[in-house]
Design a protein around this ligand. Structure first.
Ligand code: GLN
Length: 225
């Protein structure tokens, strides 16, 4: 009878792990970063309302499967293993695994040189998978990148394997560290949804395409890198 109905937007819960600068990190207690801006822009394009939930990286895919969150964006590499469990959008960033060492350490120039060394990785990160494949490495697993970096600084481990951009970020902000000149393993970041959420995947995919086509994506790259 003529009354306008407010169009209600469904709230989509976004899972991330805000310890991965510049993709997601805390600034004055707020979750910010490239991924956060990207998902906000995509949501705007797709008429979705979002709510961001911060949790351990390791808990992200279980939270997605158990419907605690609907989308995961966390600098997450779309690897074959994960593709078995969830669906990914097209990649939005190409990254690589690098080796962080103590400044002046010239003994590590390749992933093979990690043999016989104590190497810090983050539990469940792709860096963990890369290092686990090298025989004879003494692996120390941490829950967050910062803990691994601290351990390297204090000499508890000889190296830390981590994604290139956060690695650069940590090396800039913490004294006495460097990135080894080793060939890096490339990988691609994408946004994850549950297998059955085909419609949501399509919305995110279209939103991502629009954001890339209209120049917003370029602006975000400039802002964060
Ligand atoms: N890209 C790595 C992975 O997918 C690390 C991601 C992260 O720590 N946020 O495992």
């Amino acid at each position: 009878c003529g009354g306008k109905k407010e169009e209600e937007k469904t709230v989509i819960h976004i899972g991330t792990n805000a310890e991965f600068p510049p993709f997601e990190y805390l600034e004055d207690g707020k979750i910010t970063g490239f991924d956060m801006d990207l998902i906000k822009e995509i949501a705007k394009e797709s008429q979705l309302e979002i709510k961001i939930e911060d949790m351990s990286f390791d808990g992200l895919l279980p939270a997605l499967q158990s419907k605690k969150v609907d989308v995961v964006i966390a600098g997450m590499t779309a690897n074959e293993e994960r593709k078995k469990a969830v669906n990914f959008t097209s990649p939005y960033y190409t990254a690589s695994q690098v080796i962080v060492v103590k400044e002046g350490d010239s003994s590590i120039n390749s992933f093979d040189d990690l043999k016989g060394k104590k190497v810090g990785v983050m539990l469940g990160f792709t860096g963990d998978l890369v290092v686990s494949e090298i025989e004879g490495v003494n692996i120390e697993r941490y829950n967050a990148a910062y803990a691994g970096i601290m351990s390297l600084q204090s000499g508890k481990v000889d190296a830390v394997v981590l994604d290139s951009e956060p690695a650069k970020n940590y090396v800039e902000k913490n004294e006495g560290l460097a990135i080894a000149k080793a060939d890096a393993a490339e990988e691609e970041y994408a946004i994850a949804v549950r297998k059955e959420d085909k419609e949501l995947l399509l919305k995110l995919e279209n939103g991502l395409k629009t954001v890339k086509d209209n120049g917003t994506y370029e602006e975000l790259l400039k802002k964060y890198f």
